[in-house]
Design a binder for this molecule. Structure first.
Ligand SMILES: [Zn+2]
Length: 309
């Protein structure tokens, strides 16, 4: 637990061992002489692991200068308010469309509760409000300097409407949150997380171009870790997104099914596809990083809107 893996000079990442499982949530630490920035700190349930990771590099909460959020979903940002209570000097960077829901998380919690229901506490723990004075709002493109690192930020909607990605030109690493999908360390299978309510495939395509325009050498995925060959990686992601869209649209065309049956069929189908290419344990692990029933709902919502805007 608490293993810190080097990525580049002054850049490491930690496996948060999300609810006891390795290889699900990766948090990056960007550091220099004057402190550390945390990219997507994860949920509060993983705070002890994150604290251990900081300690491994000689940092405590007091050294945290910034939290860089790709988006506010709880698996990426749930711990932010709790960290601010421990690191009152830190600034939280978030896109302007997500900021209000960090400051007052009630709507975010209500929508997450609809999805996760009785599992909220076990998965995410506390979700505390972030004091407005500590929120630094990002626009569609920003240049930051944090802990001695030049960092570019760009709006990359598609998975979430307020999603941003960060790029470190010095090391060629793009921190892309969920925009480049889920890719477990075991294999190179790339699976898109497409939960409701924001999925927008057209925006996602433009965001892919935005990220590739940085010409990154490495993509850093929250689920999970560094991925080489960004162009090939995104090609594989889009193949999968196109194939999922076909499955979802075929299920929507079936008049004899209810939504819960369409969703179940999609889940069974996707689990079988992944198990065939990896193993059934791996299929379970992919599902842990991005539930397939939620992905059906997110894509179904998108395709229904395309038909009846
Ligand atoms: Zn995620």
């Amino acid at each position: 637990m608490g293993t810190v893996i080097p990525l580049a000079a002054g850049v490491d990442y930690a496996d948060l061992h999300f609810v006891g499982h390795p290889g699900i949530i990766a948090t990056a630490l960007i550091h220099g002489v004057d402190g550390v920035a945390i990219v997507d700190p994860g949920p509060a349930t993983a705070l002890p692991v994150l604290e251990e990771a900081l300690k491994t590099r000689g940092f405590g909460w007091r050294d945290v200068r910034a939290i860089l959020l790709t988006h506010i979903h709880l698996d990426h940002a749930g711990a932010t308010g709790s960290i601010l209570a421990l690191a009152p000097q830190a600034t939280v960077h978030v896109h302007e469309r997500g900021a209000a829901h960090l400051i007052d998380p009630s709507k975010l919690l209500a929508s997450a509760s609809r999805l996760y229901q009785a599992d909220m506490e076990r998965l995410w723990g506390d979700v505390l409000p972030v004091p407005a004075a500590h929120v630094r709002i990002l626009g569609d493109s920003d240049h930051l300097t944090i802990a001695g690192h030049a960092i570019h930020a760009a709006w990359t909607p598609g998975h979430a409407w307020h999603h941003v990605s960060y790029f470190l030109p010095a090391s060629g690493i793009a921190f892309v949150g969920d925009t480049a999908g889920i890719c477990r360390p075991s294999g190179r299978l790339i699976i898109p997380p497409t939960p409701p309510p924001d999925i927008d495939l057209d925006a996602w395509r433009s965001s892919t171009e935005t990220i590739l325009a940085w010409n990154p050498e490495t993509l850093f995925l929250t689920h999970f870790g560094p991925a080489p060959a960004p162009r090939v990686h995104f090609q594989a992601l889009w193949q999968q997104l196109d194939s999922w869209s076909l499955k979802v649209r075929a299920s929507l065309a079936r008049q004899d099914l209810e939504d819960h049956e369409r969703s179940q069929q999609f889940v069974d189908d996707v689990m079988a596809d992944i198990a065939r290419e990896t193993s059934s344990e791996e299929a379970q692990s992919y599902a842990r990083a991005g539930r397939f029933d939620f992905s059906w709902t997110g894509l179904a919502r998108y395709w229904r809107k395309q038909q009846h805007p």
